[in-house]
Ligand binder design. Sequence first.
Ligand SMILES: [Zn+2]
Length: 285
Amino acid sequence: MKVIEPHIHMIARTAQDYERMARMGTIACCEPAFWAGYDRRSPEAFYDYFYHISHYEPTRAAQYLIDHYCWVCINPKEAEDVAFSREVVSFLPEFFDRPTVLGVGEIGLNKNTRNEMTIFEEQVELALKYGQLIWIHTPHLNDKQKGTRMMLDYLVGHGGVDPGRVVFDHMEEHTLRPVRDAGFWSAMTVYPITKNSPARVVDALETFGLDRMIVDASGDWGPSDPATLHDTIFEMRRRGHRAEDVETVFYNNPCFFLGQCPKFKPQPTRPRAEAWQVAPHTAAG
Ligand SMILES: [Zn+2]
C-alpha cells in the first residue's frame, strides 16, 4: 500500500528518516511551516526557511523517491508580534507560485491570544484571496478546546470559507465532533510519548468514521518518529479493518484533500463516495 505523510517537518529529520519512510511505503510527504525550536530574529529568517522547504527539501526527498510538498505561513508560536508577523505575511504570495507549495499553514493558535487570532484571521484572508488551501494547528496546551472553538467560530461566521478546503490538525477526542459537524477536515497527529497514540487514533476512527479524516506523524525536532504513522497503520490492520479502509485513511483521504491543489500529484485509487462508504462493522471478530 502506498502511504502519504501529510504533516512532517523534514527540515528537522535526517536522510535516514527519508530512507525509512521510503521502505515503509511513503511516496509523498507534506511539510507545514512551523516553529524552528527557537524564535527567529528577523522576517528574513522566515524567507530563508520557506526557501529551504520549497527548494531544497524536494531534492533531498527525491533521492528516496518521495515527493515533498510544503505549506508557508507565520506559525502561531511566533505570531504574537503583529508588526513582525505582517512583514512575514507580506512575502508569502511569492511562494504560492512554487510548484510544491500547497497552501497556507500551519496557521492557528498557541496561547489563544488576541494577537495570534489577528494574524490567524489575516492569513485566512490571504489564503482566500489567492485561492489557497488552509492547514490549521490547534494548540497543544491545556486550552486546545478553547482555541479550536475560537478558530471554528471565526471560520463559520466568516461566511466565505469552504470547510472542504480547511484541515484542523492535532485533533483529539474532545475537539473532533464540532470540527466534523461544521464540515471541516480533521487530522490526528501520532506521537511516541505524549498526546495521541496509535490506539487512540484508531479508536477515534472507529468512533467518528473515516470521511474527512487524516492521520499524520508530525516528525519534528522533539520526541517524535515518522514510524508512528506506520505503527497506526499496523494497529488498524491488527484490529481487522479492511485493507481498502486502511488505504482510505492513509492514502486516499490525503489525496482527496490535498488533490484540491492541482500541484499535488498522487491520485486516489477510488472515488471519494465509494471510499467513504464503510460498512457499519468493519473490524473482524
Ligand atoms: Zn507541525
